[in-house]
Design a protein around this ligand. Sequence first.
Ligand SMILES: CC(C)(COP(=O)(O)OP(=O)(O)OC[C@H]1O[C@@H](n2cnc3c(N)ncnc32)[C@H](O)[C@@H]1OP(=O)(O)O)[C@@H](O)C(=O)NCCC(=O)NCCS
Length: 273
Amino acid sequence: MAAIDDIPVVQLGVEDAAAGLVLSTEAHWNQNEDDWRFFLREGVVFGVHDGAQLVATAALLPYSGNNAWISMVLVTASHRRRGLATRLVDTCLETARKRGLTSWLDATPAGAAVYGPLGFTPTLQLRRMRLERSTRGAAAPPAPATLDALCARDRRTTGFDRTALLTAFAQRSGSRIAAASGSIALVRDGRIARHIGPVLANDAATALTLVDAIAQSESGPLLIDAVASQKEFLEGLATAGWTTERPFQRMRFGPATKAGEEPPFAVAGPEFG
Ligand SMILES: CC(C)(COP(=O)(O)OP(=O)(O)OC[C@H]1O[C@@H](n2cnc3c(N)ncnc32)[C@H](O)[C@@H]1OP(=O)(O)O)[C@@H](O)C(=O)NCCC(=O)NCCS
């Protein structure tokens, strides 16, 4: 390969979705091509090529209120520990700085090792939980809810207007928005497993009731990214058979921005916040 410093960082386009998917699949991540298309269309995605091969990426997804999410930081195994992730995240931060945005991300343990030295500070923690289901879901699904209801509740919870993201999720085949007893959640397809999130509720009991009703009506494995400080919710998931796959550390670069009014029980995903 060429010397790393000689390889330019370029901005990627929607036509790079399939190449991006190769990188996230190599890392055993759950994103599908729809996720990549969303980042490439709505965000700014930087990449590094070695010859014709896309070998590294990082994405900056602007949200409302001067916030942005950094994600899809991926470097193919043969090109790691040569500073590519650092360069790409630096490029995202420079873009965020020019636009006056505070950057957030949810880091894997390997990612946290890259971001700490760049000046990111830890905030809350997440737990990626998984539920194996080998039989077809037999129960009726919980009541459907509207996209408007989800967007409004999400705005109250996160403090961000994520109408574009939630609309894109909701429009995908296989997605559904479910509600019960004042709680609301979205379920969507992933590459390996269906993903439940965000989960927004008044208390752990109603959040668990809704997640359980969704799980009973689903077939195949499910993932959820639960907020670690929601202890009762985590304990309830564990009792229901969910197992912890990995932690994520939420980190922030830049001044604190207006926070949401209530913490979520589960987030949309570490790549989206
Ligand atoms: C995490 C990842 C993006 C790092 O990419 P990279 O190009 O190798 O990172 P860099 O070369 O910029 O590393 C910068 C520093 O971060 C630290 N670091 C990077 N990877 C590390 C690891 N696996 N374990 C411990 N420290 C690590 C080191 O201090 C490194 O400096 P050094 O090589 O001089 O010791 C890459 O390993 C990867 O794609 N992993 C799988 C996907 C993933 O977890 N992405 C992060 C999502 S938040």
